[in-house]
Design a protein around this ligand. Structure first.
Ligand SMILES: [Fe+2]
Ligand SMILES: [Fe+2]
Length: 477
């Protein structure tokens, strides 16, 4: 079952052929997906050959196969990690009972909502990134962007499979709606805030894949603990793909920092076509804080219900000391509009969003530390910092209040005065737009604001032709 059948119209390892009705429903959705991809996927590169990896098996050792493919010909499919027949639910009220292979009636609406919310983020990010190809700093980076994009498309397939297979007509309608909402559209936006933010420059793209895709990692980890077994098995395979997206982000920011450090030794960074350190810090502050919002409110009855029902666990639930979530409390710091702080003690289940957010914060902290090691290796004094989790929040108990990057309460006036120092401002956007006016398409060449990576993809050299343009392309020689 681990091997993927590519002779099928829809590649899969779930024996789709044995369920004719489901197969037909998905085959009807497929052309709509492809139409969405043509309309909203990478703009202007659909006929080019991209050096992409495709999953051939969900096993750890043999899952990637590399080759030049046109993106619309990418084999999007349905891949689940193999199941364990005897798997038990390991947290919440159903602790110790057999995991579900069908949707329990009483949790049907909640599960559908969880799956739709996750599913909605996948096409949203493709939409946000659709024009970035035209300003790619190299063929290597362009290829990485498109790899991320096709995999987000596959994550959409993963969620749509669950909707079609387990949620009947409602599920099919939700699957259609996933292709109808549009990132940033005032009338029909994507469900979550960060997925409606414009991502029009590569500094934003690298911050997005570092911080927003990492939110995805933690949501998927929490869902991979689910008592609903098909959801657990689907998200587990998605996590292996997600790792590459975060690699693209983390190394992208690191290469910008390296380049800036080298330019700084010769004088003004901006004058030499580089991205100043402070601008990188402001982009980090922005994308990190909007990604923190994705975890939802600190005190949440939904989070309590999802955990109690066994639908969504904690990060690495198995390693937690206690799995009912009923015997502990969580101390939440709250602020009155005048800045007075109080500490409220919440039942742990109500704080599950915050527990997951804390795991995410720790992970982000490691990333920033590793960027700072790279800065140290360049012999520069500048260090990046991760802002406080209260900074620039639009969801939860800190929304509507203002805090500086260190988490200190500030007045609305003070915020207005300082915010352009703290988060990406209009001037930054102008500067970035002027730095990134065209794609660098000569194999082995890189834009002046980013250092080359230490090695290529799949053992290929840096001057490998990661993208082969079709003869009518404006980028073809
Ligand atoms: Fe994804
Ligand atoms: Fe991702």
């Amino acid at each position: 079952m681990a091997n993927i059948d590519y002779s099928e119209k829809i590649p899969n390892n779930v024996d789709l052929a044995s369920d004719r009705k489901l197969q037909r429903a998905l085959e009807e959705w497929q052309p709509n997906f492809l139409q969405w991809w043509q309309e909203m996927g990478p703009d202007g590169f659909q006929q080019d050959q991209i050096y992409l990896r495709t999953a051939v098996s969900v096993d750890r050792d043999g899952w990637a196969h590399f080759g030049h493919v046109k993106m619309p010909d990418y084999r999007w499919g349905i891949f689940l990690t193999p199941g364990d027949e005897n798997r038990l639910i390991h947290f919440g009220d159903h602790l110790g009972t057999k995991a579900w292979d069908q949707v329990p009636g009483e949790y049907r609406n909640m599960l559908r909502r969880i799956i739709v919310t996750q599913g909605d983020t996948e096409p949203a990010s493709v939409e946000q990134q659709r024009r970035l190809g035209h300003t790619a700093p190299s063929l290597y980076d362009m290829r990485n962007l498109f790899q991320v994009n096709v995999e987000e498309g596959r994550h959409l397939w993963a969620m749509v499979y669950l909707l079609h297979k387990y949620f009947g007509r409602d599920g099919r309608e939700e699957a259609e709606a996933l292709l109808e909402r549009r990132s940033g559209d005032p009338d029909s936006p994507r469900i979550l805030g960060a997925f409606n933010e414009p991502c029009t420059d590569w500094l934003s793209f690298f911050c997005f894949t570092t911080f927003t895709d990492r939110d995805g990692k933690y949501q998927l980890r929490a869902l991979s603990e689910s008592g609903f077994d098909p959801l657990a098995r689907t998200t587990e395979f998605m996590l292996t793909e997600e790792a590459h997206h975060m690699f693209v982000g983390k190394t992208g920011v690191e290469r910008i920092l390296q380049r800036t450090a080298r330019l700084a030794k010769g004088g003004d960074v901006l004058n030499q076509g580089g991205i100043p350190f402070e601008m990188v810090q402001r982009a980090v502050n922005f994308w990190y804080s909007v990604s923190l919002d994705l975890f939802g409110g600190e005190d949440s009855s939904n989070a309590a219900t999802f955990f109690g029902a066994g639908l969504k666990g904690r990060d690495r639930e198995m390693e937690q000391a206690e799995h009912s979530g009923l015997n502990e409390t969580f101390k939440l710091e709250k602020f009155a509009p005048d800045g007075t702080m109080t500490v409220e003690e919440l039942p742990l289940r109500r704080a599950m969003n915050e527990v997951l957010r804390e795991a995410y914060v720790k992970d982000c902290d490691k990333v920033v530390k590793s960027w700072n090691r790279a800065l140290e290796a360049e012999g520069t004094d500048f260090r990046l910092t991760l802002p406080h989790k209260r900074f620039h929040r639009a969801q939860g108990v800190y929304a509507g209040l203002h805090f500086d990057p260190q988490g200190r309460f500030v007045t609305p006036d003070e915020w207005e005065k300082r915010k352009d120092d703290w988060i990406v401002n209009d001037r930054d956007r102008d500067v970035l737009a002027n730095l990134m006016t065209e794609a660098v398409v000569k194999p082995g060449e890189f834009a002046g604001w980013i250092a080359p990576p230490p090695r290529g993809i799949d053992g290929q050299p840096l001057d490998f032709e990661y993208v082969k343009f079709h003869s009518g392309s404006p980028y073809a020689e």
